[in-house]
Design a protein around this ligand. Sequence first.
Ligand SMILES: *Cc1c(COP(=O)(O)O)cnc(C)c1O
Length: 461
Amino acid sequence: MKYMTAEPFRIKVVEPIKKTTKQYRQECLKKAQYNAFRIRAEDVYVDCITDSGTSAMSQDQWSAMFQGDESYAGCKSFYRMEKSVQDVFGMPYVQPTHQGRAADYIMAQIYAKKDMYAIGNMHFDTFRGNAEVMGCIPLDYCIEEGQKANQDYHPFKGNIDISRMQKLIDTDLDKLCVCIMTVTCNNNGGQPVSMKNIREVSELCKANNIPFVVDSARLAENAYFIKIREPGYENVDIKDITREMFSYAETATMSSKKDGLVNMGGLFVTRNEDVYHQANQIAIVHEGFITYGGMSGRDMEALAVGLQEGTDFEYLSYRVNQVKYLGDRLKEKGIPIIEPAGGHGIYVDGKKFFPQIPQHEYPSQRMVVALYEEAGVRAVEIGACAFGKKDPVTGADIFPELETMRICISRRVYTNNHLDVIVEALGDIYKNRASYKGMRLVYEGPIVSLRHFTAGFELIK
Ligand SMILES: *Cc1c(COP(=O)(O)O)cnc(C)c1O
């Protein structure tokens, strides 16, 4: 075990990345109105804005792509992918989609109902958006420990609060249309959900006739955490764990851009034949024919292989431990992060990092800007800008509990040397933290609910 921490692969193809000067980066920031999404990728040295669609593919994936069958209907690539999906999910019916949000759309069309509640641990934004458009009310019922930027250890901060859910069932059962468990829980840092919680939530749903769905972009990382943290699973294979997770659900959606180890694609998977036929109908209109649903044959080939590689224990061990490495090194510098480290990134606590900057002056966004300026590293704000709202009556700002900068780690892309750059740069900023002032939001863009993609800022002098 002594030598297990190195990558379980070696590098065959390289992609050059550019080093720039601080002055150059200050110009880039100004042009981008201090919004990381508006910086050109080529001006970024280490890109940690997301782990979505940014994985490096393997030689087996690239060679499988050459076998892509681009027939409109019934192509070989679909059947190869279907077999791989059935193997990981243990569910029979597979409808591909062009990416995860299209699967969310289909799921919302089938399960979300007007003026009714969709309960979950923390709904991902794309389902939330789809549900809200339909007049359905999404409710986040994640356990207390998972809700705040708190440092207390809990092995499964993505769990649903069972007693709160029971209370809702007692008072409002007729208003509950669906329960959606997101694994891992993206919005609080990629925190896992335990098998026990999945089982108990599913039993509660079954007893009350509520359909149970799993939003499973990071299903393999969740299974890895179950294996290493949940008693009784130490010796169970990752795929036996994923299959057990899904055995409790009727339907699953997946953004393949995460644990599928591909750059594009999504899945709608179910064990309910009737639901599958409804999904086919919606897919035909919005995505494409049943056997491609917006994906090309070569993309389905890459996913067929990627799902198998993504559920490999050696890979997952490397993956999760690389993220933990970054977290541990930041902690050594005294930098306040959310603990324990999640599966796909590290969240730095903006309020603790810059205590002098009030939340309405965007402390986490200030950290994103400082990190890019210092080292060309691009992270993303998950805080006052991304999740801030306006009170519909008074117009007053409502700020989220979680005020963080997320450093996402792409799969199989960066070495620990790249992560050390992040640690050194953030360490220097932290040393000089008292000299930083906040930011002013000067432009929200056309879509207020997702304003972090388009917003513009100024530095407060
Ligand atoms: C990324 C993600 C989605 C949306 O998927 P896209 O492929 O980006 O459209 C939905 N749910 C979860 C949990 C995700 O992480």
